[in-house]
Design a protein around this ligand. Structure first.
Ligand code: SF4
Length: 374
């Protein structure tokens, strides 16, 4: 067995589509968690540029610059290339080979049932998503995960069906194909509850079944109260300078019950209250809850405090980002080094896949060949 397939800790895999500069929703919903996980697990985080093309195939001009901008934010938020492997999906061609092989065994009905497929076909009207690639993107996701023999995939609630699909595809592959000899690997026990369930097993299965690692989801609305998204124009970016952050928060919607300064409000249903919960200290939160409910404070004052908390969180991120903005090559070098590390594992897995599927590139004399078509 190739040494690069040996693990000392459970392996985590996650990716992000390159959408350029990231906003607070990305930070709270994924990035902060990625930073935490890198100290606990063997983490692989990738720029999902092929995934971006499943919907944005018509204009590819910004993929590369968006990838770099996003990776600046990853590094600025605290991802450490000494701890986590950062790489670009399209630079590792083995993902495409595995995608092809998995697509051969994935029943069409499994893909048509994926909830995000139906939802996006209904909601995205300005692009033709009736393509082969769009239907098949969950198979590409499965290939991304399985090629690193990942144990955990950090996801939000809405992505759990994708991990479930990956488990089903892995199971189906393992039923059809197996390695000629079992080998000893570190893997999570089925339905593992903790890292204590990461044990050595003997198996001739190529793929472990990965588990979802549910990301604790804090509610973070945009300035108009809807889900934060760059396409809604309601996002606060990690790169927004202090005056712009303050300006954006000034226009943020509040509890509609507070029409006048003397009206009492409820921070539990106010988007500014949600921001306080994430970015303000306990004292400020207590002051806001008391002041809002008794009309003891005004919304302008409250938003100023929310801005203070947010600016404090953003300042060190922006400071760390500066180094990469001034010298983008530094970030590119990190991605290249990560790609080389990831490629070793992807290659080793594909050797096992080909071996199990009897597609090995090694010469085999015809009389010694097994499983040849009759
Ligand atoms: S005081 Fe603060 S929490 Fe209360 S409604 Fe105004 S902005 Fe929202």
């Amino acid at each position: 067995m190739d040494q690069s397939l040996q693990k000392s800790q459970p392996r985590v895999l996650s990716g992000m589509r390159p959408t350029g500069k990231l906003h607070l929703g990305h930070y709270v919903g994924a990035l902060e968690n990625w930073v935490r996980l890198q100290s606990k697990y063997e983490c692989f985080y990738f720029v999902a540029d092929w995934h971006a093309l499943t919907t944005d195939y018509a204009d590819t001009s910004k993929v590369k610059s968006s990838s770099l901008e996003m990776v600046f934010d990853w590094l600025a938020a605290g991802l450490d290339p000494e701890k986590a492997t950062l790489f670009i999906q399209s630079h590792i061609l083995e993902h495409a080979e595995l995608h092809l092989l998995l697509s051969l065994i994935t029943p069409l009905g499994w893909l048509e049932r994926v909830p995000t497929y139906k939802e996006q076909r209904e909601n995205i009207k300005d692009k033709d998503l009736g393509t082969y690639g769009f239907l098949g993107y969950p198979v590409l996701q499965s290939a991304d995960i399985l090629i690193y023999q990942a144990d955990y995939v950090p996801v939000g609630e809405d992505q759990v069906p994708h991990v479930e699909l990956t488990r089903e595809i892995a199971r189906r592959f393992n039923q059809f194909y197996s390695l000629p000899q079992p080998r000893r690997v570190q893997a999570l026990k089925p339905e593992a509850k903790s890292e204590g369930d990461f044990v050595t097993i003997e198996t001739s299965n190529v793929f472990p079944e990965p588990q979802s690692l549910l990301t604790p989801a804090a509610k973070l609305p945009g300035t108009d109260g809807r889900k934060m998204s760059k396409s809604y124009g309601n996002a606060v970016l990690l790169t927004d300078p202090e005056p712009l952050v303050r300006q954006k928060l000034k226009t943020m919607v509040t509890d509609p019950a507070r029409m006048r300064r003397t009206d009492k409000g409820n921070p539990e249903i106010c988007p500014v209250g949600d921001l306080h919960k994430i970015f303000s200290d306990e004292q400020t939160i207590a002051k806001v809850w008391e002041g809002c409910k008794t009309a003891g404070i005004g919304c302008i004052e409250c938003k100023k405090w929310a801005s203070d908390g947010l600016v404090q969180v953003l300042a060190p991120i922006q400071e760390r980002r500066r180094k990469y903005e001034e010298n983008p090559r530094l970030a590119w070098d990190i991605l290249e080094a990560g790609t080389a590390r990831a490629k070793k594992i992807a290659r080793a897995t594909m050797q096992e896949v080909r071996q199990a599927m009897r597609l090995s590139h090694e010469y085999q004399a015809p009389e010694a060949a097994t499983g040849a078509p009759e």
